[in-house]
Design a protein around this ligand. Structure first.
Ligand SMILES: [Zn+2]
Length: 462
């Protein structure tokens, strides 16, 4: 008789806030080296056994299972030949526990996870499959559409965060046990708040203890929400979690909210509404999303461009089967104005791969001695669509230079820019924030803003 396959224990989506009665499930030993998206954890793999909750060996297998599940899922959806961004290497490096922080980030040299102790509970961001598959989503999207990395636009940055949350939801739905639980919890109405919609309950709890208004009441971010699109240029750079700001995690909730509505609408269209149909729905939604991302030009009004390209992708791939679900979700959250959603469907376009423009922005008000060069979301807009205005009709589309200037000012006001000594100390606002997403570097005679990482934490203290 062949030996029994070695099994490990893993959380499905999250350990849950303290007091949660969740228990880990047995899973087969995950394979991290599988093509086309292999992953490499920085620690030696313990033997494949069912370790005790709370042990480092248990946490290793939880992270490994989530990484393997997410990478395998996206590997079957992405266009052939999609690889990690080259600076990650052939295998995506993962540091499971880098330092003390309530955080996780992706920086083109892999994924980084942390731990911190709050009210006697030590929370490891790498122990939450929600957080792991969110971070993995950043790396997947960077491999698929590297132009998004540097494009200085609030909507582009917010879409990266939304893709992380969509990656967490879609990767979770690859587990039959979670599909069954979510269908039971929502009475098959997937847009209700559930294990699926609530992202990172445990990390959300930990952040809430120190910063009660920084996260949702029951998790880090909830995709079951009623946020309505607002031009991010008209939003403040930060806000309590209950309202919308132009900060990427906050603003991402508009698109993620629409996506959950769309998933729910797509599932309602299945002949038999069971867990197998939910698996098919998750794969179809991911296919529509990825097809759209590949072809959507990088523009300041990125949400509405992606939305229109998703409707085109559905027409081309599924003969418009999901059109009403897509329109319904996008209109409900204002991602598309009613006019944009009711215009006749356009043919599926080819990819827009022109390099983005580098533009000079005035920077004296930031304390810099000369203008600052930035990468703008400068692709020509393909579809003349916009998000909804709060009263009637659509919003105005800002130019890529105005969108870049506004996002730059947001970044400085949130303390996200490391001036690297190039700013005039007497006039610049030099925020003490520990991990900054952007930095100013000198290239020949020019000062240039480059992205350092996509930081997913909500730690507000330095
Ligand atoms: Zn993120």
């Amino acid at each position: 008789m062949p030996p029994a396959p070695s099994s490990i224990l893993a959380w499905e989506d999250d350990p849950g806030a303290p007091g949660s009665r969740r228990h880990p499930d047995a899973q087969p030993r995950p394979t991290l080296a599988a093509a086309p998206l292999p992953v490499s954890i920085d620690a030696k793999a313990p033997p494949a056994r069912e370790f005790k909750v709370g042990s480092p060996e248990f946490r290793y297998w939880v992270a490994a299972e989530a990484l393997a599940r997410g990478a395998q899922f996206w590997g079957t959806i992405l266009p052939k030949g999609t690889r990690w961004h080259s600076t990650n290497g052939a295998r995506l490096p993962v540091e499971l526990d880098e330092d003390v922080d309530l955080n996780a980030y992706y920086d083109r040299h892999g994924l980084h996870f942390f731990h911190d102790t709050v009210k006697g509970v030590t929370v490891y961001s790498g122990e939450s499959p929600d957080v792991v598959c969110h971070e993995l989503g950043h790396a997947v999207l960077d491999g698929l559409r590297p132009q998004l990395w540097d494009a200085l636009s609030a909507e582009v940055a917010a879409f990266h965060e939304s893709f992380g949350d969509m990656s967490a939801m879609l990767s979770g739905l690859q587990l039959q046990s979670l599909r069954e639980e979510v269908l039971a919890e929502t009475a098959s109405r997937l847009d209700r708040s559930s294990r699926l919609s609530r992202l990172a309950e445990q990390l959300g709890w930990a952040v809430r203890q120190g910063h009660p208004d920084a996260v949702d009441r029951d998790c880090l971010r909830n995709a079951s929400n009623s946020f309505f699109y607002t031009d991010p240029l008209k939003l403040p750079p930060t806000a309590p979690a209950a309202t919308l700001s132009s900060e990427p995690h906050s603003f991402s909730r508009v698109f993620t909210g629409a996506f959950l509505n769309i998933l729910a609408g797509m599932f309602r269209l299945q002949k038999k509404r069971d867990q197998a149909a939910l698996l098919d729905t998750s794969r179809d939604a991911a296919t529509i999303l990825v097809t759209a991302i590949k072809t959507t030009p990088v523009v300041p009004t990125y949400f509405s461009q992606i939305a229109t390209h998703m409707i085109s992708a559905d027409a081309a791939t599924f003969r418009g089967r999901y059109r009403d679900a897509l329109k319904g979700g996008f209109v409900k959250h204002g991602v598309l104005s009613l006019q944009a959603a009711t215009s006749p469907p356009s043919p599926a376009p080819g990819a827009e791969d022109a390099p983005l423009a580098r533009i000079a922005l005035p920077a004296a008000h930031l304390g810099l001695p000369q203008e600052l060069f930035v990468t703008a979301a400068s692709h020509p807009k393909r579809f003349a669509v916009t998000g909804a205005a709060p009263d009637v009709g659509g919003t105005e589309s800002p130019g890529h230079d105005d969108a870049a200037a506004a996002f730059l000012e947001d970044l400085v006001r949130r303390g996200e820019v490391d001036f690297n000594g190039h700013a005039v100390a007497e006039t610049a606002v030099l925020a003490p924030k520990r991990r900054k997403t952007h930095e100013v570097v000198r290239e020949a005679d020019e000062l240039v803003l480059v992205r350092r990482c996509i930081d997913c934490g909500v730690t507000l203290a330095p």
